[in-house]
Design a protein around this ligand. Structure first.
Ligand code: SAM
Length: 286
């Protein structure tokens, strides 16, 4: 029979450190010690954290491949009055991590779901990036394949909010190159690497410069990354449709490259977007 935190039982969603173990909150440590079981993305990773804090609560695996089978079992345990904590390998569960199905099912079953807030790489990066932060859009991991990734960035090219992405070590070079191509090499951006760890780096600059930096140097490629991109400038009277109108007018009397150059200067729209529009306009299929 497991320990009971409160009656009725609750599902605690517990944020854990993203590198620096001092970032586990005292409340999180207490809850992890009190619940009947900890549902963990990787039980070995979580065991290291628990051992560090002298916590001996049993763990059970809950990851993307077994979440649906685990949910009924965990709900049954909650109904018996045993509280459960959900953790992921690092940071806040459900943020690009498993747990959605469990939280949804617990809420549907009328079980209390209690968030225990703490580290999250996206918010940690945003807080120190120096980019506008009143409004932002978290996009998680971009698609692994370049064509899908570029299509996503094209759709986001006019998004005015600061954009936040997660990216893995082995795709960071290609991802930044695609960002520079689609958002424009001049777009302000920040690479946040190894946050809260020994080699923590936050580097700001135009996308083109950061893409070059990452591509040339082996060292900064290692580790975990958050990429932040300044939102598109909102310029009065020069939205996308206005830019297209200007471009179309210029194309009537100028070659594509010149028309794109002038339209970009007049409207502030990215050259690559205008260039694509110009090509589509001159192609008989489009
Ligand atoms: N749930 C986590 C959170 O709250 O941030 C995110 C989990 S997601 C599977 C892992 C990704 O988060 C990494 O690939 C990286 O993009 C980002 N990340 C996690 N820890 C990080 C760190 N210390 N520094 C930079 N990025 C980190």
């Amino acid at each position: 029979m497991g320990k009971v935190v409160s009656n009725p039982a609750a599902l605690y969603i517990v944020a854990t450190p993203i590198g620096n173990l001092e970032d586990l909150s005292p409340r999180a440590a207490r809850i992890l010690g009190e619940v009947a079981v900890i549902a963990a993305e990787d039980t070995r990773t979580t065991r290291k954290l628990l051992t560090h804090f002298g916590i001996s609560t049993p763990t059970t695996a809950l990851h993307e491949h077994n979440e649906r089978e685990q949910v009924p079992k965990l709900l049954e345990q909650l109904r018996r009055g045993e509280s459960i904590a959900l953790v992921s390998d690092a940071g806040t569960p459900l943020v690009s991590d498993p747990g959605f199905h469990l939280v949804r099912a617990a809420r549907d079953a009328g079980i209390a779901v209690v968030p225990i807030p703490g580290p999250c790489a996206a918010i940690t990066a945003l807080s120190a990036a120096g980019l506008p932060s009143d409004r932002f859009a978290f996009e998680g991991f971009p698609p692994a394949k370049s064509a899908a990734r570029r299509a996503l960035f094209q759709r986001l090219a006019h998004e005015p909010r600061t954009l936040i992405f997660y990216e893995s070590t082995h795709r960071i070079v290609d991802c930044l190159a695609d960002m520079a191509a689609e958002f424009g090499a001049e777009r302000e951006s920040v690479v946040a690497r190894e946050l809260t760890k020994k080699f923590e780096t936050l580097r700001a600059g135009p996308l083109g410069v950061l893409a070059d930096w990452i591509a040339r140097d082996e060292t900064p490629r290692q580790g975990e990354f958050v990429l932040l991109v300044h939102g598109a400038e909102e310029r009065a009277g020069a939205d996308a449709s206005e830019a297209e109108r200007v471009l179309d007018t210029l194309l009537e009397s100028l070659p594509v490259s010149q028309a794109v150059e002038i339209a970009a200067k007049l409207t502030g729209q990215p050259r690559n977007v205008l260039y694509r529009r110009a090509l589509a306009r001159s192609s008989p299929d489009k």
